[in-house]
Ligand binder design. Structure first.
Ligand code: AKG
Ligand code: FE2
Length: 324
């Protein structure tokens, strides 16, 4: 577990949060600009950990910041039941942390077809959610590299926790390619490297068509052959060639073997390296009492792996082009 205990930095971080506009959605670009300025004043130990993760990643494929400032339970609004959040909703401390830490790493990005192109997503359980949705609860949300099929795939998925589930049962699972690779037999590794495998897309990107099929192609392993990047989605990857099927199965098994479980609690920010991991969430039981599990999610792009071409700004909203 790669955990950074931030509890001793709480006052400094609260001071940085107090510099941000109180209603972030009123002018999100201005909010993200203020967050960028605040990120230059992050405590040195935290700033260094973030910068080094940004340059080289790590073995686990994630950083967990624990003990960040967060509202006490009684001071939080009810867990949302709809999306997107109202434009006038006041800034929550966890959203401030996603702003400041995210801007240290790169550019917050909205995805036009997803949640009306908003940049900050509430992640909460919803009755009758589609089985691929982050709004599921009683079922396992299977392993996925976030938008692996999207040309402008985010470099990081950041999840901040305002509320855990009542029983603290939900775990966010992370499978890291750096740990899994040694467990994949050489022949399969070579086969999957730079190999394009047919891939379906999430519901939001299906253009209103019920089942457009595998409209993208994703390389499960690519990049630097000695330290490859990962594109792995258990539900959407649709290999047809029997050798692809077998090799993807082998990779899948290796990822299961190295998986780490993170039980997010209030005050946590999880930074997932979305080019070197796949992630999932285990089942939990909502009570629909206004105090169910509540995360905040943002996507960050950086200049690594071709995700920026120059001139982009934090808060840009990008359109879908499938990887091919
Ligand atoms: O709920 C979680 O812990 C993770 C959900 C997820 O995969 C996401 O929001 O991207
Ligand atoms: Fe996800």
């Amino acid at each position: 577990m790669t955990v950074i205990d931030c509890s001793s930095l709480r006052d400094e971080l609260l001071e940085l949060a107090s510099r941000l506009p109180a209603v972030p959605r009123a002018d999100l670009p201005a909010f993200l600009e203020a967050a960028k300025e605040a990120s230059a004043d992050l405590p040195a130990s935290l700033a260094e950990a973030l910068d080094s993760f940004n340059v080289s990643g790590n073995e686990d494929g994630y950083l967990l910041l624990r003990g960040l400032p967060v509202e006490e339970e009684g001071r939080l609004p009810r867990t949302p039941e709809s999306t997107p959040a109202p434009a006038e909703r006041p800034l929550l401390t966890m959203e401030a942390m996603l702003g400041i830490v995210g801007r240290r790493l790169g550019l917050h990005t909205g995805y036009q077809e997803l949640r009306s192109g908003t940049v900050y997503h509430d992640v909460y359980p919803s009755p009758g959610a589609h089985h691929l949705s982050s709004e599921t609860s009683e079922t396992l949300l299977e392993f996925h590299t976030e938008m692996a099929y999207h040309r402008l795939q985010p470099n990081y998925v950041m999840l901040a926790c305002s509320r855990a589930d009542h029983e603290r049962r939900a775990a966010t699972l992370v499978g890291s390619v750096r740990k899994a690779l040694p467990l994949v037999p050489e022949g399969f590794r070579t086969h999957l490297f730079d190999r394009k495998v047919p891939c379906c897309v999430d519901v939001a990107f299906r253009g209103g068509v019920e089942d457009p099929g595998a409209i993208a192609e994703v390389k499960p392993l690519y990049g630097d052959a000695s330290d490859p990047l990962l594109g792995y989605d258990r539900e959407l990857l649709a290999p047809e060639d029997p050798r692809d099927v077998e090799a993807v199965e082998s990779l899948s098994k290796a990822l299961d073997e190295v998986t780490e479980a993170v039980h997010l609690i209030p005050g946590d920010v999880l930074i997932v390296d979305n080019f070197r991991t796949t992630h999932a969430r285990t089942p939990f039981t909502p009570r629909w009492d206004g105090a169910d599990r509540w995360l905040h999610r943002v996507y960050i792009r950086t200049d690594r792996f071709g995700q920026l071409s120059g001139g982009e700004r934090a808060g840009d909203v990008v359109a879908f082009t499938p990887r091919r």
